[in-house]
Design a protein around this ligand. Structure first.
Ligand SMILES: Cc1cc2nc3c(=O)[nH]c(=O)nc-3n(C[C@H](O)[C@H](O)[C@H](O)COP(=O)(O)OP(=O)(O)OC[C@H]3O[C@@H](n4cnc5c(N)ncnc54)[C@H](O)[C@@H]3O)c2cc1C
Length: 242
């Protein structure tokens, strides 16, 4: 299949989600008969101009955090100190444009939705998982676990997905949790790494599908835990950021 065309993407708004994560809301590129459609879980490949060796362009990938049915496309970006990609995105303001191609990726909902599913994101790895549970493809009536792992309270993104007035898709499920590895204040939720939480869970591990996104370390550890519980590799879907 031909790659998606290179397009100009316009920033509509920028919002701080935490001290080091910001959201860019983008207008969907269109024109010349092109419509930017995507499946939940896919990403945009962004051109970072002149940031490579000899002033060449670089590319960086960013998962789409919004649902395909929404008008605008949302990205959430963790600012990495000195990182060329995030420094460039951090310099963009409303009305600025950048070059990018989308959609890419096959980290999408693939399982039989009558079966349980567990979603685990570390940091901005929550982005594609948010899109998956809020998208029109989401029909599940089976048990869902939706887990975010971050260091401290100040690192929590999209808290509205976890609170008592969370979206209907996540209501009534016990394992919708934020795990803080190093809480800084009084934290009523789970204290520890998200991988420790999984080890303690009562869950139908063998029947469930898994969507893991974020650090390679988390993905490798969760895969080990799942293998030890007898989960088939085919049921584990991953997107590794670094
Ligand atoms: C398919 C895909 C989707 C991605 N989606 C997102 C996304 O939605 N949001 C996002 O913030 N990043 C995402 N990333 C990571 C992103 O592509 C860049 O790697 C990241 O923004 C750093 O780029 P940089 O040029 O600023 O720094 P670089 O110099 O390329 O990276 C420096 C170091 O930063 C660390 N790092 C990279 N990404 C992260 C991160 N997200 N959180 C913490 N540390 C990190 C790594 O240790 C890396 O070696 C995604 C990566 C892939 C492969």
């Amino acid at each position: 299949m031909a790659p998606p065309p290179m397009k100009s993407w316009r920033v509509l708004t920028r919002k701080e989600l935490t001290h080091d994560v910001f959201e860019l809301k983008l207008q969907r590129p269109a024109g010349d008969g092109y419509e930017m459609n995507f499946r939940a879980g896919q990403y945009v490949s962004i051109v970072i101009p002149g940031a490579g060796p000899g002033g060449r362009n670089l590319r960086r990938a960013y998962s789409i955090a919004s649902a395909p049915e929404w008008n605008e496309v949302e990205l959430c970006v963790k600012l990495v100190e000195g990182g060329p990609g995030t420094s460039y995105l951090n310099s963009l303001k409303a009305e600025h444009e950048f070059q990018g191609q989308a959609p890419f990726g096959d980290f999408c909902l693939e399982h039989d939705q009558t079966k349980p599913a567990m979603f685990i994101g570390t940091g901005t790895g929550l982005a594609p998982l948010r899109s998956m549970v809020l998208c029109g493809e989401w029909q599940s009536k089976a048990p869902v676990s939706f887990l975010l792992g971050v260091r401290a309270e100040k690192d929590i993104i999209y808290p509205e997905l976890f609170g008592t007035s969370r979206p209907a898709q996540l209501q009534g499920h016990e394992h919708v949790k934020i795990a803080l590895s190093r809480p800084e204040g009084h934290w009523d939720g789970y204290k520890g790494r998200v991988t420790d939480y999984i080890r303690t869970m009562k869950w139908d591990f063998v029947q469930s599908h898994y969507y893991l996104c974020g650090s390679g370390a988390m993905i490798a550890e969760v895969k080990e835990i799942l293998a030890a519980k007898g989960v088939d590799k085919e049921q584990v879907h991953t997107e590794k950021y670094f």
